[in-house]
Design a binder for this molecule. Sequence first.
Ligand code: PLP
Length: 387
Amino acid sequence: MIRIPYGRQDISQTDLDAVAEVLRSDFLTQGPAIPRFERALADYCGAGHAVAVCNATAALHIACLALELGPGDTLWTVPNTFVASANCALYCGAQVDFVDIDPRTYNMSVSALSAKLEQAEQVGHLPKVVVPVHFAGQSCDMREIHALSLRYGFRIIEDASHAVGGRYLDAPVGNCRYSDITVFSFHPVKIITTGEGGLALTNDARLAARLESLRSHGITRDPERMTDASEGPWYYQQVELGFNYRMTDMQAALGLSQFTRLDSFIERRHQLAGRYDDLLADLPVITPHQSPDAYSALHLYPIQIDRSRTDRSRFEVFSGLREAGIGVNVHYIPVHTQPHYQRLGFEVGDFPVAESYYGQAISLPLYSALTEAQQDEVVAVLRELLV
Ligand SMILES: *Cc1c(COP(=O)(O)O)cnc(C)c1O
């Protein structure tokens, strides 16, 4: 039985009260909590607009559509991510390709991106959209990726599912200074939760309007967007094909309540990660590198088994931890090695850095409610397995 999971939500009495209050109110969905949640996150991040949706996968989908990604276009992301970062392109009928990761940060490698763009330009098949993923909560080198976007003319969606509350170059992740759209996830293992939930941020009012339209069937009540005059107060028009990707008001109220503790959650994650760094220092593992440009939200604490210093395999260590009731996990199985992507023509060996990282990776438990005693237990079991 798993006694210490790798990630877990942190729900307070205030959170419970906030949800109960919505349940007693007039609006369970699309009520007043949604715009309040959106405004709170947009202000915190320093972005012009925020659009709340039912999960980050939906946010990625409509972000791609808002950027006009479609058949004949290509989206690039990294293999070291959850499948949703790539699937969003397939939903739009576009193609996916991958850029290998940096061996230190496990984020998109700027040099690999740059080299691949140069080649793609020669054969005339540049990507329309690039999706950098802020792995484990640490921002990618967005300034450099943005500079490449100006040179090669692609758009940028930051998959910041791990990174709400994180910072890059002394500014909040989500300010979209170096991107068109940034996406957050509020799944229970992420930094703050709404159960299921996602958010798309942008500084572009036109993109925000597209995102709002696509989240709710492509329906508008705005006379400005209608093809002809309103027929009366009941009237609406469907002006494009959208979806029902709305967040409920209960979720937004939970999100708002959780949001008041966002900074303290991240401080706690940093304390715990700092303890792991110290406690693991003499073990044959590689601890996660923290870039000086970023203040990570520390969604994950991924270590690698250092095979140059131990004979123990990842399988043995992982299984030993699980048998001891410690819910370790692996982030991520490289997306291009998934059967669905193999059928699209990708092969094992295509992205060696992501594959080699994956081969030795284990995510240790990290969440705000993790106690130091539990953390000491994780380290003690790991020590026993490794020495
Ligand atoms: C969790 C996650 C998603 C999907 O988020 P949902 O809210 O569960 O749809 C997308 N990308 C990354 C990197 C994630 O970790």
